[in-house]
Design a binder for this molecule. Structure first.
Ligand SMILES: NC(=O)c1ccc[n+]([C@@H]2O[C@H](COP(=O)([O-])OP(=O)(O)OC[C@H]3O[C@@H](n4cnc5c(N)ncnc54)[C@H](O)[C@@H]3O)[C@@H](O)[C@H]2O)c1
Length: 394
């Protein structure tokens, strides 16, 4: 395993809550002080990834393992409890353990406050990526306590564990564009042949981080993620910890166990390969999503860990260039597989569902000029087809 020089735990970050608070309490997100290197002491940096068997978690595990980190994962296959056998992520866990020497899987529930605190204390990781979640908008309404305890309380458990044991280590939280609730639906739209688009030129580049997250309909999932998102910001602004929230559009990749309730593009490809009808909920199938490959999300996280800032928020998606409507996605997938896409149509849209959403990536690009979306939409789709085919779906 490649060794990296140990980054001193931030000159500006003294240990102990009071000193952290007095040095960094701020209402503005801040770049963190440059990190000094501790000469001669070399060891692999440790990364703790929650939700490590999931789509984003597993991609992050692989990315940072390649980069020489010692990676510790936390997952309890809760996705199978949420979505049934089709959401099972044990196969990813087994692959990671078999293929990545040194990777360690920790069977832990993020709701287990003491267990999480003990693990973080023992590891004192150099960085944390928090990707464990109940990720479905629709499912949350049927399991409100499980949703809130996983998404909001689980995040607070991890933040507090980090504050007590490694407050200077960058903490990246996978938030969601659902924190904006249905506010994007108040933007004037224009109906085009195959998609909706913003009619208001102020949003020509997509949805910026400045859009209000207040006073709109969120779904209970949006509520639990808002609570977590604001807590992550607060540990940056109040305690000065190098935290950031990544408000994802549609994140996907070959490790996605897409199901009807979560992971639209992955699930759509699966339906195409199996000849199963894909159910479209309202908006004429012209609803627009921006899609980003999990590898580009991992690359963004790497850029943040190199130059962390405190209490930041970024919209992370494929942007307009990687956006598509469901109708457009059907055509693109048919072009790749050569198979017709079966579909059915339900008049009612999903509650609070965005009609048109694509991320404005200007802030992400300006803070991290070396980063940009690198995987195009057709490449993402080809990867999804290859991923499902490899898993025996055809
Ligand atoms: N995939 C997307 O399109 C998308 C979009 C926006 C935001 N996000 C966010 O990104 C993050 C990762 O999403 P994903 O698509 O990788 O989800 P995923 O469901 O593929 O992975 C989440 C993983 O977390 C695990 N998990 C769930 N609850 C847990 C618990 N209580 N304790 C331990 N592990 C638990 C699951 O078993 C699963 O392996 C989530 O926070 C999600 O809200 C995802």
């Amino acid at each position: 395993m490649q060794l990296r020089s140990f980054a001193l735990r931030g000159p500006g970050f003294a240990r102990g809550p009071s000193s952290i608070l007095s040095r960094h309490a701020s209402s503005e997100a801040q770049p963190c002080p440059a990190r000094r290197r501790r000469s001669r002491v070399l060891r692999a940096r440790t990364l703790l990834v929650t939700g490590s068997s999931g789509l984003i978690g597993s991609e992050v595990v692989r990315h940072f393992h390649r980069a020489g980190y010692r990676v510790e994962g936390v997952d309890n296959n809760q996705r199978a409890a949420f979505f049934g056998p089709q959401g099972d992520t044990r196969w990813v866990q087994r692959q990671l353990v078999a293929e990545l020497p040194g990777f360690r899987h920790n069977e832990l529930d993020v709701r287990d406050r003491r267990g999480l605190a003990g693990l973080v204390k023992a590891l004192r990781p150099d960085a944390i990526v928090h990707a464990a979640a109940q990720p479905s908008h629709d499912l949350a309404a049927t399991i409100p306590f499980d949703d809130f305890e996983t998404n909001a309380v689980g995040t607070l458990n991890l933040l507090e564990a980090a504050r007590l044991s490694c407050p200077e280590s960058p903490f990246v939280f996978m938030s969601t564009n659902k924190v904006y609730g249905d506010r994007p639906n108040t933007i004037a739209l224009v109906e085009k042949e195959t998609r909706w688009d913003y009619a208001d030129p102020a949003f020509a580049g997509g949805i910026p981080e400045t859009l209000s997250i207040d006073q709109s309909k969120h779904s209970l999932f949006g509520v639990s993620k808002v609570a977590a998102d604001v807590a992550v910001q607060e540990y940056g602004r109040y305690f000065g910890m190098p935290t950031c929230c990544l408000r994802g559009g549609c994140l996907t990749g070959p490790a996605h166990a897409g199901v009807e309730l979560h992971g639209f593009l992955s699930y759509l490809v699966r339906c195409n390969l199996e000849g199963r009808p894909y159910r479209v909920y309202g908006y004429l199938g012209k609803q627009v999503r921006d899609n980003i490959h999990a590898e580009d999300v991992a690359r963004f996280i790497a850029a943040f860990l190199e130059s962390p800032r405190a209490g930041e928020v970024y919209n992370i998606g494929g942007g307009k260039a990687n956006s598509c409507s469901i109708l457009e996605a059907f055509a693109l997938v048919e072009g790749i597989t050569g198979r017709p896409q079966n579909s059915s149509y339900v008049d009612a849209n999903r509650v609070g569902d965005h009609v048109c959403y694509y991320s404005d990536l200007a802030r992400a690009r300006s803070h991290f000029p070396g980063w940009d979306v690198s995987v195009t939409l057709p490449e993402i789709l080809s990867d999804l087809v290859a991923g499902w085919t490899k898993r025996g779906v055809a």
